[in-house]
Design a protein around this ligand. Structure first.
Ligand SMILES: Nc1ncnc2c1ncn2[C@@H]1O[C@H](COP(=O)(O)OP(=O)(O)OP(=O)(O)O)[C@@H](O)[C@H]1O
Length: 618
């Protein structure tokens, strides 16, 4: 049956300070707030208390308006330096490794560019956890440091490791890599910034210690030795398997391990590992780690037995710098970089599942941790896990950029936090006549909080646990109220800004409207005058046509009149002619009468008498 690791992790959160030089990144909004420490009944010195919770509030344009609270073993805010992290996270592990012979592990986990490598390896200004650990290790062991003899190597090495001295190693390496390419030990501050811490090691002065250092990486789900430089194309993936002495526990076989006896040698070896590690430039980080890097410090405690032989007790301190999760769109990756990113995200997704389930395990549940899904989870959950020994002391430092990628960071916090709770800021939704709001907020909060309230049994401890849970929940509520008030204030300010903008927009609209009106009016006037002209032309045209038409009609009338006059004239002429004829006939008859009268008178007749008689006849 598959044995389940029983490693439980202390999970710390470290917030990185804002970017100093990059204006592109420095103007972004902070979405992460460290909550003040929650006092419990057992806290005597409130000033020494450390924060354990953060809330994240989504940007105002985000589809989810949920304020989420995440609990960690401890939260280091932006002001905390390397010494703070080392003192509170790493020294307990070193003590466990040196004093109790337990395995220890320190890993950094976070979104790309959040400060994982900075925490582990430091920079020119500040040493990283690795240099500080090596320093404490060598100072604490001091003159107890020894080399392994051939027979001791034989005795403890069944993983086909190539074990060699630091000098031999450097000679071998510099025959392949140009020495100037390897980062020198003085790249990092050579002196610690605070008084070096020393761990008291148990046992008589005759008990010696040998330290074997190996560095390897998980790149695209394969393990590669970083201390055995070779052409990338010809790099041979190492096997991760059980050996004669490891039993259930799997180990990386075929590694090159360097026996280091002082800090300088160890830093030189680190330089080689750093040079060999897969890096690349992405849109999110100029020097992004493209692999998960493991620095393994094996401590061999050599105890002389009475028969002259040596009893070797082994413990390992593994420091892991994980590659960061990234979103291809933000990282602007393509080709190999995109494929690497895919492998990184997949392995981190499996790690997230394992972490969630191992947290559930530590709370007394018994889910199976599916750590065999990827090389990374196998290495993290089983490499330094020895079923026969005490569980390893493991710490994960989750690094986060409070003004970085909101979605990626909240996802990271979701699966790494030890507990989480949330409050939805959206207005209450009415569902089938019922609404979730106001008074139900507390109960809603309690349900989603992940803090399951224990039913108090008869024991006092259960009662105090329940009351401390209550205190935690009410503290959470207070924190939420403070946050909500802050958000309201921010919203007020935003409204004011929006109102001012609206006023400005109104004024601008008015101005534009006036302009448009003026333009429209002048356009209209232009059109009107053109229309007028056209109408005038049309009217003129029409008038001309009508004039012609009237002229034509007049012509017709004239002609008609003339024709009519002609007819009348003819009729009158005929009448006149008739009349003339009548007159002429009358004239003729009168003339005849006159002639007749004259003749009668000549004949002596009285023409007048006859004439009067004629007239009477008529
Ligand atoms: N706490 C810090 N203080 C000062 N500088 C920091 C801190 N954390 C990160 N930085 C700086 O931010 C930059 C990115 O950090 P780092 O390379 O450690 O990120 P990372 O999480 O390892 O990214 P990746 O996963 O891409 O390798 C570096 O220049 C580093 O020096």
């Amino acid at each position: 049956m598959e044995s389940q690791p029983h490693a439980s992790f202390q999970v710390y959160l470290r917030l990185r300070p804002p970017y100093q030089q990059s204006p592109r990144k420095s103007h972004r909004e902070n979405f992460l707030t460290v909550l003040p420490p929650v006092p419990t009944a057992s806290d005597e010195n409130i000033e020494c208390m450390t924060s354990t919770q953060v809330t994240i509030h989504p940007p105002s344009n985000h589809r989810s308006q949920k304020i989420e609270t995440f609990s960690f073993t401890e939260v280091f805010d932006e002001t905390c330096g390397q010494n703070d992290v080392f003192g509170r996270v790493v020294t307990p592990i070193l003590e466990g490794v040196l004093q109790d012979g337990r395995d220890g592990m320190l890993a950094t986990l976070g979104v790309t560019g959040s400060g994982k490598t900075h925490t582990i390896l430091g920079n020119r200004q500040a040493r990283g956890m690795t240099q500080m650990s090596l320093d404490v290790l060598f100072r604490s062991l001091s003159d107890r440091i020894s080399r392994l003899s051939e027979s001791q190597i034989e005795q403890c090495n069944d993983a086909d490791a190539e074990i060699m001295d630091a000098d031999a190693f450097m000679t071998k390496v510099t025959s392949v890599i140009e020495p100037h390419q390897i980062p020198k030990p003085n790249t990092f501050p050579t002196k610690p910034s605070v008084d070096p811490y020393i761990v008291q090691c148990p046992g008589p002065p005759s008990t010696k210690y040998a330290i074997l250092m190996s560095i390897y990486e998980v790149y695209n789900d394969k393990i590669f030795d970083l201390l055995a430089p070779s052409n990338v194309a010809r790099r041979k993936a190492l096997l991760f398997k059980s050996t004669r002495s490891s039993g259930d526990r799997k180990v990386v076989t075929g590694l090159r391990k360097v026996m280091v006896t002082n800090l300088y040698d160890a830093l030189q070896v680190m330089g080689v590992g750093q040079y060999q590690r897969s890096h690349g430039e992405t849109g999110s980080n100029d020097k992004s780690s493209r692999s998960h890097c493991f620095i393994s410090l094996e401590l061999k405690k050599l105890k002389n037995k009475l028969d002259g032989s040596t009893k070797i007790k082994e413990s390992t301190f593994t420091i892991v710098d994980l590659a960061g999760s990234e979103r291809a769109r933000n990282a602007k990756t393509a080709g190999d970089r995109l494929a690497e990113g895919g492998h990184i995200n997949k392995s981190l997704m499996f790690l997230g599942q394992c972490l969630e389930l191992s947290t559930a395990q530590s709370l007394g549940h018994t889910p199976k941790v599916p750590y065999r899904q990827s090389k990374l989870t196998e290495l993290l959950f089983t490499n330094s896990y020895n079923p026969a020994a005490e569980p390893q002391i493991a710490a994960i430092v989750v690094t986060a950029d409070p003004a970085g990628d909101f979605n990626a960071t909240s996802q990271m916090l979701k699966y790494s936090a030890l507990a989480k709770s949330s409050v939805n800021l959206r207005p209450p939704t009415v569902m089938s006549g019922r609404s979730v709001s106001g008074s139900s907020l507390f109960s809603h909060f309690s349900t989603v909080s992940g803090y399951t309230e224990e039913r108090p049994d008869s024991s006092l401890s259960a009662l105090s646990a329940a009351s401390s849970h209550r205190a935690m929940l009410s503290q959470d509520m207070m924190n939420m109220i403070v946050l909500l008030q802050r958000q309201l204030k921010e919203a007020d300010e935003k409204i004011k800004v929006a109102e001012k903008r609206a006023e400005e927009a109104d004024a601008r609209c008015l101005e534009i409207e006036m302009q448009v009106r003026e333009e429209v009016t002048s356009d209209m006037e232009l059109r009107m005058s053109m229309m007028e002209k056209r109408m005038l032309l049309k009217l003129q045209d029409q008038a001309e046509k009508e004039e012609m038409h009237v002229d034509h009609k007049l012509d017709i009338l004239k002609r008609t009149l003339m024709e009519t006059n002609d007819e009348n004239d003819r009729a009158r002429d005929m009448e006149i002619e008739e009349y003339v004829r009548e007159l002429e006939a009358e004239n003729n008859s009168l003339r005849n009468e006159v002639q007749a009268l004259k003749r009668k008178r000549a004949n002596g007749e009285s023409p007048l008498k006859e004439r009067s008689l004629n007239r009477l006849k008529f």
